[in-house]
Design a protein around this ligand. Structure first.
Ligand code: GTP
Length: 324
């Protein structure tokens, strides 16, 4: 996952402390003007390296997969984060310029003025870092908010499971994935999102439950949840919409069908097929559906997977030279 390995972002005071204490140590190893120059170089290098590392650890948002872009943007304001990253990059370039400016000043100085120059350089470096302290905080907060996003692979075919609560979505994801099931934190809901994997014809598919998102009417979703749904639109290759015609789930069939129609209309705009799956067929089959199954009794679970795989219609890339 692209935001998983972002390092912690230093706060401005931490950075300044670190740079100046290392500089003092470097200065103690030398004497006279040389000591002043060594302090200047050490502080400048530590500051500019650390700032640059903050920025380069982030992926380029211009090329981030739209699924992750939208998901990230639902949680943090991506534009603001990008602005802060540019500010930090700006600062990382100011520091070496200051260093050169004061290195030439030191060349023509006696020890006394040399010490003054070095102190002035440190004060100006500290000012630059102060100026970006809010940016460093914002980047640090964004990093903390994004680092636990579920590990969903935009390049792997994805089957999204939707439907009202208690219709059997997570039971299904569990049943089809057996071994490699993971439950990831999801920032939009108190429940974990289920992500499962299975293989067909040596292609790995991911199957994703959507608690708190595609499990109730659009008008009940807040802005963040809406945006998370639009992220899912970038990801999904097929949607399985589960119905429980028995009503055991606690929602009347009519409401379930309304939600199904809304989800279908929404994904149709992107040509993503939505299959209607009647679950709990051991209790009732009293509805029109593309397939009937009972997860509990293990009835037609594989058939539903076959349908989903067919709807995905995923064909691995064939190099042009081998195409007809
Ligand atoms: N009779 C019957 N019960 C089922 C079937 N599949 C799931 N259930 C039961 O329905 C209940 C809800 O199943 P879940 O898998 O938690 O439903 P869900 O849609 O993931 O629910 P949320 O996570 O709340 O959105 C559980 O008690 C399951 O045991 C089925 O095929 N037949």
């Amino acid at each position: 996952m692209i935001f998983e390995n972002l390092p912690t972002t230093p706060r401005s005071e931490e950075l300044i402390d670190k740079a100046f204490s290392r500089a003092a140590r470097a200065g103690r190893a030398k004497s006279g003007l040389e000591a002043q120059e060594s302090m200047l170089i050490t502080a400048a290098n530590i500051l500019s390296d650390n700032l640059e590392n903050v920025v380069t650890a982030w992926p380029d948002f211009g090329t981030v997969d739209p699924f992750y872009y939208e998901l990230a943007d639902a949680i943090v304001d991506v534009d603001e984060v990008r602005k802060s990253l540019s500010e930090v990059m700006w600062a990382s370039r100011q520091i070496p310029e200051l260093r050169s400016e004061y290195q030439s000043k030191l060349r023509n100085a006696n020890l006394d003025t040399g010490r003054k120059h070095r102190k002035q350089a440190f004060a100006r470096m500290a000012d630059i870092i102060e100026e970006i302290s809010d940016d460093l905080l914002r980047i640090g907060e964004a990093r903390d908010a994004l680092k636990n996003l579920p590990d969903i692979r935009p390049d792997e075919p994805a089957i999204v499971v939707a439907g009202y609560p208690n219709v059997g979505k997570s039971s299904f994801v569990n049943a089809v994935t057996r071994a490699s099931n993971e439950i990831a934190e999801y920032p939009f809901t108190t429940k974990g999102v289920q992500i499962g994997h299975f293989e067909r014809d040596r292609i790995r598919y991911q199957i994703i439950d959507t608690p708190g998102l595609l499990d109730r009417p659009e008008e009940d979703r807040n802005d963040i949840e809406r945006q998370a749904v639009s992220a899912i639109e970038h990801l999904a290759d097929t949607v399985l919409f589960f119905l429980d015609p028995s009503g055991d789930c606690g929602y009347p069939l009519e409401a379930q069908l309304e939600l199904r129609d809304a989800v279908e209309a929404r994904f149709a705009e992107r040509d993503i097929p939505v299959l209607t799956i009647c679950n709990k067929s051991d209790r009732s089959r009293d509805v029109d559906a593309d397939a009937y199954m009972s997860v509990i009794q293990g009835e037609n679970v594989d058939g539903v997977l076959d349908l989903a795989v067919e709807a995905v219609g995923f064909e691995p890339d064939i190099p042009p030279s081998r195409q007809e």
